[in-house]
Design a protein around this ligand. Structure first.
Ligand SMILES: *Cc1c(COP(=O)(O)O)cnc(C)c1O
Length: 397
C-alpha cells in the first residue's frame, strides 16, 4: 500500500516547481506562482480518475471526513453510524462537529453489517459511514437501499481502498460523499493530505468555503471575500499537493503491483486448508492493499500472528488487539476522555460503550489477520514470502 515506497523523480519534479516559485499556499499569489496550482490540478486529476464532478483536497483524511460531514449540514446531536473496525479518525471527525458516533457491528466483509445498521437507525440518524478497511468494501448496494428508505446520507471512507470499485464505480464515488487519505502510509501519499469527492455542487461549494475559514473564494481579491458561514482551516499546502499530483498519476501502476503481489500470496494461502478469506460483496473489486484472511478461531489467529512475526513475515496485523483500529481498546472514546468539556449533546447522547455488545464483530475480528501488500517488493521476494507464510500457517490451522 504505501506510495512512499516508490517516491521518485516525478514527485521530486512536481515539488521542485513549487520550490522554484516559492508559493507554498494553494490560494492567491497569482502573479508569483508561474501558473502552478498544484492543489487545483490534484483536484481535477482526482475528480477525473474517480468519475465525480468535484473533488476538494484537504490537509488530511481526518479533515476530509470532518469537512464532508460539515458540508452536508451534519452537526450537533446528529447520529452517524460507523463500524467497530476502522481507524480512530472515524469517530474523531464525527465528534469534531458535535455529532454522535454510533458504533455498529461488522460482518465477514470486515465492514458495516447492513442488518446491524438498520437496527441502529433512530430519528436522529443522519449519515451511514461505511469504512472500506484494508482494501475491500462494504456492501454499498445494501447500504444505499437503507439510505434511500430512511432518507440518510451515504458517506464512504475509502482511505484504505483507493482504486477499488463497486459495480464498476470507483470506491468513494458510489455514495453521496467519499473520502480519501493521502497520509504517509496510504497507497497515494502527499506526505499529509486527504480529499473529499462528490457529485453534489452544494456540498462541494460548502467544503471549499468551510475548509478555508468560510471564505467564499469569490472574485480575485482574497481580502474582499464573503463569509456565508463559519469555517475552519483544513487547507493542504502546495508542497504536499505537488507530491500527490505525481502520485495520483501513478495510481494505476500502484494498483497493478498491489494486485500482482496479492495474487501470488492469495494463491499460495488458498492451498492451506482451514484458512478462509474475507468476503468481498457481490459487484466489488478490491484495491488489493491488504490480504485479509480468517483462522478457524481466536487462539489459532493469535498463534498464527505470532508465528508469522517470528518467521520474519512483516506487515501482518491482528487488529483485534490493536488500539488504533478496533473498538475494544478505544479507551478515550469509551471513557469519554477529552481535554476540555465535551459538548452537551455529545456528553449526553454518546452511548455507554462499556456496556456495548459487539460479539458479532469480535467473532470475525478475533479470527482475522491482515497482511499489508507492499509496492516495493520484487516478484521473487513475494514468492519467497508466500512459501514462508504457507509453511508457517499450515501446522497452526
Ligand atoms: C488513514 C485513515 C484515515 C485518516 O487519514 P489521515 O490522513 O491520517 O488523517 C481515516 N480513515 C481510515 C480508514 C484511514 O485508514
Amino acid at each position: 500500500m504505501p506510495g512512499f515506497e516508490l517516491f521518485g523523480d516525478k514527485e521530486r519534479a512536481e515539488v521542485q516547481q513549487v520550490l522554484d516559485t516559492g508559493v507554498l499556499m494553494r490560494y492567491g499569489f497569482d502573479g508569483m506562482r508561474n501558473g502552478y496550482w498544484k492543489a487545483k490540478e490534484l483536484e481535477e486529476a482526482l475528480a477525473a480518475r474517480m468519475q465525480t464532478k468535484y473533488a476538494q483536497v484537504l490537509s488530511s483524511g481526518t479533515a476530509a471526513l470532518t469537512v464532508a460531514l460539515a458540508s452536508a449540514g451534519v452537526g450537533a446531536g446528529d447520529e452517524v453510524i460507523m463500524p467497530t473496525f476502522t481507524f480512530v479518525a472515524s469517530f474523531e471527525s464525527i465528534l469534531a462537529i458535535g455529532a454522535i458516533p454510533i458504533l455498529v457491528d461488522v460482518d465477514d466483509t470486515l465492514t458495516l453489517d447492513p442488518k446491524a445498521v438498520e437496527t441502529a437507525i433512530t430519528k436522529r440518524t443522519k449519515v451511514i459511514m461505511p469504512v472500506h478497511m484494508c482494501g475491500s468494501m462494504a456492501d454499498l448496494r445494501a447500504l444505499h437501499v437503507i439510505c434511500q428508505k430512511h432518507g440518510l446520507l451515504l458517506l464512504e471512507d475509502a482511505c484504505q481502498a483507493i482504486g477499488g470499485t463497486f459495480e464498476g464505480k470507483p470506491l468513494g464515488s458510489y455514495g453521496d460523499l467519499g473520502c480519501f487519505s493521502f497520509d504517509y502510509v496510504k497507497t497515494v501519499t502527499c506526505g499529509e493530505g486527504g480529499a473529499m469527492i462528490t457529485n453534489n455542487e452544494t456540498y462541494y461549494k460548502n467544503a471549499d468555503h468551510y475548509s478555508d475559514h468560510g471564505h467564499d473564494h469569490s472574485g480575485t481579491d482574497r481580502g474582499a471575500e464573503h463569509h456565508p458561514f463559519l469555517g475552519y482551516n483544513y487547507r493542504i499546502s502546495e508542497l504536499n499537493a505537488a507530491v500527490g499530483l505525481a502520485q495520483i498519476g501513478r495510481l494505476d501502476e500502484f494498483l497493478d503491483l498491489q494486485k500482482k503481489h496479492y495474487s501470488i500470496l492469495r494463491n499460495a494461502l488458498e492451498t492451506v486448508e482451514g484458512i478462509s478469506f474475507r468476503r468481498v460483496p457481490k459487484g466489488g473489486e478490491e484495491s488489493y492493499a491488504f490480504l485479509n484472511f480468517f483462522l478457524p478461531d481466536e487462539t489459532k489467529a493469535r498463534a498464527a500472528h505470532k508465528a508469522l512475526g517470528t518467521a520474519g513475515v512483516d506487515g501482518c496485523f491482528y487488529w483485534y488487539d490493536n488500539n488504533w483500529h478496533y473498538y475494544r481498546k478505544w479507551e478515550h472514546l469509551i471513557g469519554k476522555k477529552s481535554l476540555g468539556k465535551l459538548p452537551k449533546e455529545v456528553y449526553e447522547q454518546l452511548p455507554d460503550y462499556r456496556k456495548a455488545n459487539f460479539s458479532k464483530s469480535d467473532h470475525w475480528m478475533g479470527r482475522t489477520i491482515s497482511c499489508l501488500i507492499k509496492l516495493g517488493w520484487n516478484e521473487e521476494a513475494v514468492h519467497q514470502r508466500a512459501t514462508t507464510m504457507v509453511d508457517t500457517l499450515r501446522p497452526i490451522v
